[in-house]
Design a protein around this ligand. Structure first.
Ligand code: SF4
Length: 210
């Protein structure tokens, strides 16, 4: 089976396994989704979800966050790691949103990646989840690892992995493929000790590097 056929078969099996895949970050507005996604870098969604109710309760919108005392914001973000960098990025993003977009999160990849701390992966997540726009396959550590093991990409740079997946899979599958690979990576194919015997992809997977 060539790579393209394998990719299509993997998409189908993952869709059957995770029909209701969704973003696991808690949010109630596009702004909150953007903040939670930025905070999820180098951190689990679960840990982000533990601190965001307090964060959003205290500073509910870009204007409030932009005006927050930096030390207090850092304290709230401390459990996530990289709290100084994340606090600085969030405040710069909030200020830039207010200055350039009237405090609204823009619905375009080019505009989102201009915001401090917002990379292409974060932008793709926000566009797919909040606006229903398939701007690309969002590649995090799980997607990158699974793309390698499944023989769909030999690249290590996330954007090169994304480009390969985007060539293999139809646009309408991009958003859900990313969500499903993340779920599969967490539940069945973690970095250490993948559970190949229990994996729905075992007959297709060349298990590269396992
Ligand atoms: S067969 Fe093993 S290596 Fe391949 S996706 Fe499944 S758990 Fe991961």
């Amino acid at each position: 089976m060539d790579r393209s056929a394998r990719a299509r078969a993997i998409v189908e099996l993952l869709a059957a396994e995770y029909p209701a895949a969704r973003c696991e970050l808690d949010y109630s507005s596009v702004w909150e989704l953007l903040v939670a996604t930025v905070l999820s870098a180098q951190c689990t969604d679960e840990r982000v979800n533990r601190i965001t109710p307090g964060l959003f309760g205290r500073w509910p919108d870009p204007a409030a966050l932009a005006a927050a005392p930096r030390a207090e914001l850092e304290q709230v973000l401390r459990p996530l790691g990289f709290h100084r960098t994340k606090a600085r990025s969030l405040q710069h993003t909030a200020r830039q949103l207010l200055a350039d977009h009237g405090g609204e999160v823009p619905a375009s990849l080019d505009e989102l990646v201009q915001l401090p701390g917002v990379g292409r992966k974060t932008a793709k997540v926000v566009l797919g989840e909040a606006f229903g726009i398939a701007a690309g396959v969002a590649v995090d550590t799980h997607v990158r690892r699974l793309a390698m093991r499944l023989g769909l990409s030999e690249e290590t740079d996330p954007e090169r992995v994304a480009a390969q997946l985007e060539r293999l899979v139809p646009r309408e599958e991009w958003v859900l493929l990313s969500l499903r690979l993340v779920l599969h990576g967490r539940r069945v194919c973690p970095a250490r000790s993948p559970r190949c015997d229990a994996c729905c992809l075992q007959t297709l997977c060349p298990r590269i590097g396992v």
